[in-house]
Design a protein around this ligand. Structure first.
Ligand code: HEC
Length: 369
C-alpha cells in the first residue's frame, strides 16, 4: 500500500520514502523512491511523464553504470545532484534514506547492468604522474615537466585515451620537448616520439579490488622533428621502438591503493637500447567531509635499466605527488609532484611534474564545477 502511495505521489521536490521501508531490501526501496523518475527497470521514466527537461541516466547501460563508483552515486542520492555538479532535479534523499539504505538501493541498481565483463569504477585508481594504469580510460591528459633549477630539458605531453568494448582502450601520446641552448640562450623545441598503444584488462575483480592489464605500444619519431639540428646537438631521441607492459591496480582496504607496472621497450633500429622498466606507486584517497572533494597523495618509485650492453646503466627516481579533484563532478583532476633522482644522479635534475586530466565521458571540461 505504502509503495503505491509513493508511486502515485506528485514528483518530489523534497524526496520522501515511507517510514516503514526502513528494513526493506534495495529493490523495494528503489521502486518506492527512485522509480518514478528512473523508471521501474532503471532506463528512465517516460519523459512525457516527467515534469523536467533533464535526461535521466540509463542504469542498465553497463558502459555508463559500471564505471561510476558506489560512493559517488550514494553521494548524489544522499546530497542531491548538485553535490557532483548535476541538476537539482535529482533530489537529495538525506531526510528520507540513510547512507546504509542507499547502499542497499545501489546494490539493486548494480543488478541492472547484467554484463559483468565491465570493470567497476572502484578499480579506477588515481592516475600517477609516471606509472601507467591498469584501468581503461576515456580521458585526455596534458602534462608537463621541467627541472626546478631551470636548466636541462622541459617536456610536455598530450595523451588521448579511448575505451572500446568492456575491457579495452587505445591511446595516442604526443610529446614535445625543448632544451636550453648551449650558453643558456634561447630554447629549441621539437616533437618527441609519438606513441600509439592499446591496452586490455586480462583480469578484474570487484571483490578482490584488483585489475590486471597488458598493453603494447609503438613509439616512432615524429616526422617533423629536425633531421639534424646543428652540429653537436641532438637529432632524434632514440628512433622507433615497441613496448610491452603489465599493469596491476590493487585496492588496499577502503581508501589506500597500489599500482604496479613492469615491461620492456625494444628498439627497432640498430643503435637503440633494450630497456626494462619497473614502477610502483602507493597512495591513499581522502575526502573533505563525508561527500566532498577527493585528495590523493601518492609516492611513486620508477626505475629503468638498459639491458644487453656492457655499461648497462640503471636509474631510479622517487616521485612524491598530490592528485586533487578540481571540480565538483570530480572528472577534472590535477596532479603535482617532484621527480627526485635517487640513483645515477649525475646530470639528472630534480624535476617539477604536473598534469591536468579530463575524464571526458563524464562531461566537458567546463561542466560540473
Ligand atoms: C524527481 C526525480 C528523481 C528521483 C525521485 C530520483 N532521481 Fe536520480 N536523477 C534524476 C535526474 C533528473 C538525474 C540526472 C541529473 C543530471 O544529469 O544533471 C538523476 C541522476 C541520478 C544519478 C547520477 C548518475 C550519474 O550521471 O552519475 C544517480 C546516481 C541517481 N540519480 C540516483 C538516484 C537514486 C538512488 C534515487 C532514489 C533513491 C533517485 N536517483 C531518485 C531524477 C531523480
Amino acid at each position: 500500500m505504502s509503495v503505491l502511495v509513493a508511486c502515485l505521489a506528485p514528483l518530489p521536490v523534497h524526496a520522501q520514502a515511507p517510514a516503514d521501508l526502513a528494513a526493506a531490501p534495495g529493490d523495494v526501496l528503489y521502486q518506492a523512491s527512485c522509480a518514478n523518475c528512473h523508471g521501474a527497470g532503471g532506463r528512465g521514466a517516460d519523459p512525457a511523464l516527467l515534469a523536467f527537461e533533464e535526461e535521466v541516466p540509463d542504469f542498465t547501460d553497463c558502459d555508463f553504470a559500471a564505471r561510476e563508483p558506489d560512493a559517488d552515486w550514494i553521494a548524489v542520492a544522499h546530497e542531491g545532484g548538485p553535490v557532483r555538479g548535476f541538476s537539482e532535479m535529482m533530489p537529495a534523499f538525506r531526510g528520507a534514506l540513510t547512507p546504509e539504505q542507499l547502499q542497499r538501493v545501489m546494490e539493486y541498481i548494480r543488478t541492472l547492468c547484467t554484463d559483468s565483463d565491465w570493470p567497476r569504477g572502484e578499480l579506477n585508481l588515481p592516475r600517477p604522474l609516471v606509472t601507467g594504469k591498469a584501468y581503461l580510460e576515456d580521458e585526455w591528459v596534458v602534462s608537463a615537466g621541467f627541472p626546478v633549477d631551470g636548466t636541462g630539458t622541459g617536456t610536455a605531453e598530450f595523451v588521448y585515451e579511448k575505451r572500446f568494448g568492456p575491457r579495452s582502450q587505445w591511446e595516442v601520446a604526443i610529446p614535445y620537448q625543448w632544451e636550453r641552448g648551449e650558453h643558456g640562450g634561447g630554447r629549441r623545441g621539437r616533437l618527441g616520439e609519438v606513441e600509439i598503444g592499446v591496452k586490455h584488462a586480462v583480469f578484474h575483480g570487484f571483490e578482490s579490488g584488483s585489475i590486471v592489464s597488458v598493453s603494447g605500444d609503438l613509439h616512432f619519431p615524429a616526422s617533423s622533428a629536425p633531421e639534424a639540428a646543428e652540429p653537436g646537438e641532438h637529432t632524434q631521441p632514440n628512433g622507433a621502438s615497441v613496448g610491452a607492459f603489465l599493469h596491476v591496480g590493487q585496492l588496499l582496504g577502503e581508501a589506500s591503493f597500489l599500482h604496479g607496472q613492469t615491461g620492456a621497450r625494444v628498439p627497432l633500429h640498430e643503435e637503440g637500447q633494450l630497456r626494462a622498466y619497473g614502477r610502483i606507486v602507493l597512495g591513499r584517497s581522502f575526502t573533505s567531509g563525508q561527500w566532498g572533494r577527493a585528495w590523493s597523495p601518492m609516492v611513486e618509485v620508477v626505475a629503468s635499466r638498459a639491458l644487453g650492453s656492457d655499461d648497462a646503466e640503471a636509474s631510479a627516481d622517487v616521485v612524491p605527488q598530490l592528485q586533487v579533484a578540481l571540480n565538483t563532478r570530480q572528472h577534472v583532476l590535477a596532479n603535482v609532484g617532484v621527480l627526485v633522482p635517487a640513483t645515477a644522479r649525475e646530470g639528472r635534475h630534480v624535476r617539477l611534474v604536473a598534469y591536468v586530466l579530463l575524464e571526458w565521458f563524464d562531461g566537458g571540461f567546463w561542466e560540473g564545477w
